[in-house]
Design a protein around this ligand. Structure first.
Ligand SMILES: Nc1ncnc2c1ncn2[C@@H]1O[C@H](COP(=O)(O)OP(=O)(O)OP(=O)(O)O)[C@@H](O)[C@H]1O
Ligand SMILES: CCCCCCCCCCCCC/C=C/[C@@H](O)[C@H](CO)NC(C)=O
Ligand SMILES: [Ca+2]
Length: 497
């Protein structure tokens, strides 16, 4: 008993949250029992089997098992009862989930990943599921918006990439606003937060949301974060054009470089995730710049800046009082930057992903009600390459004369030549024609007048947009990236949370 108990003690201690006193034989063992880590308990012929979550390298979580032998029946029951009580007390764990699988995202492995890696874990944790394999784009969004019986569920899980996650967010946020009589078309409207948490099982091409909220794009790790009932609030940007709602954005809103990369890569979906590298290189060579004005409302009432060395990590708490504020209240204090830009990026979170482990804005926070507005002015190809390469290293990507960054609550972009609606329609048609000509002739040195906005991997239909950040509008089954102890320390109880 002593040996097995020590094993459990060591394993569970790493996730400690509950303090339990147990009498074991004649001794009193004072134990930190990390009930949070236990996902399954079974008793068979007097042997107690426990499945629990264990940390591994690089933010990975794994499921491990331990067997507990105890010949004293009374004592055994005492243990089982205590553990069951602890598990019952964990009310944040989901019991019934609605799961959407995109069979089409990333390397088209969504169904296989879910069946082989995730479903067995959910079953082991006694989580029941209703699974829908999507049949077309926006299937999940529309189902959530109109049909899904949300009251039945403790959360919604998507198996796919950032685009699939975006569908779930649009479905849930729209449904919540409709149920609460909120008009999404008004840019000044304060949106009502969604009550259901969202889980992401990564099976996409970039998996940026998953990577930046968990620290790795690993399906098993994400499933375990769902099972233990983690909760991570997240900001959502609303994007409007002329008082009409366009889309929500959670990770990146990018005009210029990232808009052009996406527009080109969508035509190369058959290449899988490699399409981004191909189109990225091609877009880099075309080196187009775009003219316009960016006006923004700086976030002055916060502590951090985009150039901090600190990172958004698990446990970072942001009070939701600094939330979305209506325009009239804040109309003063706006700044304006006019010029020619290679890229205009708004990163509402770090946007870390395997291609850019630190992200586009390494110090951005997941839930502080702000977005980091990064303006990259026209510069030489060589300098732009230096800036892009810093996305892949630890060097300060903002420490360049042609780059500026502002932490903002709202911003607007007006492309040059875009003064009224009729011009805009003209522009939309003209843009497509001109962009096509230039894309067909990459060596052409002229820049088209307009780029497109890349909104979390979707192209927006307008260049002139208005953006506002809604603080902590949604919650994920995640806890933010945990500070990583040395691997040797993982077995050390001092490393417990
Ligand atoms: N059954 C389906 N058939 C076709 N498209 C679908 C289907 N289900 C969802 N989609 C769409 O597929 C698009 C891409 O999906 P997803 O985000 O999962 O993968 P990805 O684009 O490869 O990854 P990432 O967004 O991480 O770069 C989404 O915009 C989604 O709306
Ligand atoms: C010529 C060298 C180019 C190197 C560029 C490396 C930087 C890559 C950084 C990618 C960050 C992507 C941020 C995430 C955006 C997602 O919302 C979106 C949808 O998945 N993905 C993309 C690629 O637009
Ligand atoms: Ca943010």
């Amino acid at each position: 008993v002593g040996h097995c108990w020590r094993t459990i003690f060591r394993s569970c201690h790493r996730f400690s949250s509950n303090f339990v006193n147990c009498n074991l034989a004649t001794q009193t063992f004072t134990v930190f029992l990390i009930s949070n880590s236990i996902i399954h308990l079974a008793l068979c012929f007097g042997v107690l089997y426990l499945s629990y979550v264990e940390r591994a390298r690089q933010h990975r979580w794994r499921c491990s098992d331990v067997t507990f032998h105890c010949s004293d029946g009374v004592l055994r029951q005492q243990w089982i009862q205590t553990i069951r009580e602890q598990l019952t007390a964990l009310t944040s764990r989901p019991k019934h989930l609605l799961v959407y699988i995109n069979p089409y995202g990333g390397k088209q492995q969504g169904e296989c990943i879910y069946e082989q890696k995730v479903a067995p874990l959910f079953a082991c944790a006694s989580i029941s599921t209703d699974v829908i394999v999507t049949e077309h784009a926006n299937h999940a969004r529309d189902h959530l918006k109109t049909e899904a019986e949300l009251k039945k569920y403790d959360g919604v899980v998507c198996v796919g990439g950032d685009g699939m996650f975006s569908e779930i967010v649009h479905g849930l946020v729209s449904r919540t606003q409709r149920d609460n009589g909120v008009d999404q078309n008004s840019p000044e409207e304060k949106l009502v937060p969604c009550s259901l948490r969202i889980g992401i099982i990564p099976a996409g091409s970039t998996d940026c949301i998953c990577y930046a909220t968990v620290g790795i794009n690993d399906p098993v790790t994400s499933a375990l974060h769902v099972i233990v009932g983690d909760s991570q609030p997240m900001d959502v940007c609303s994007v409007h054009h002329n008082n009409t709602f366009l889309r929500y954005s959670i990770s990146l809103l990018g005009y210029g470089f990232y808009g052009d990369v996406l527009a080109d890569s969508e035509r190369k979906r058959w290449m899988g995730p490699a399409r981004y590298d191909f189109s990225g290189f091609k877009t880099f060579l075309t080196h187009h710049h775009y003219e316009g004005a960016v006006s923004f409302l700086p976030a002055t009432d916060i502590l951090g800046t985009p150039r901090d060395k600190t990172r958004c990590r698990a446990g970072y708490v942001t009070l939701p009082n600094l939330c979305f504020c209506s325009i009239p209240e804040y109309e003063v204090g706006w700044g304006v930057v006019r010029g020619k830009f290679l890229a205009i990026n708004a990163a509402s979170m770090s946007c870390a992903c395997p291609r850019s482990p630190m992200g586009l804005s390494p110090a951005a926070h997941l839930a502080d009600g702000t977005t980091d507005l990064i303006l990259v002015r026209k510069c030489s190809r060589f300098n732009f390459l230096r800036h892009l390469l810093r996305h892949t290293s630890k060097d300060d990507q903002f420490d360049m004369t042609f780059v500026e960054v502002h932490r903002v609550r709202r911003f607007r972009f007006t492309p040059r030549h875009c003064q009224n609606d009729s011009e805009l329609d003209l522009r939309e048609n003209g843009k497509q024609l001109f962009s096509q000509i230039c894309r067909d002739h990459p060596a052409c040195s002229c820049s088209p007048a307009y780029s497109s906005w890349n909104c979390d991997g979707e192209i927006l239909p307008h260049a002139a947009i208005e953006v506002g950040v809604h603080c902590q509008l949604i919650k994920l089954f995640a806890r933010g990236i945990e500070e990583q102890p040395l691997f040797e320390d993982l077995a050390n109880p001092q490393c417990a949370l």
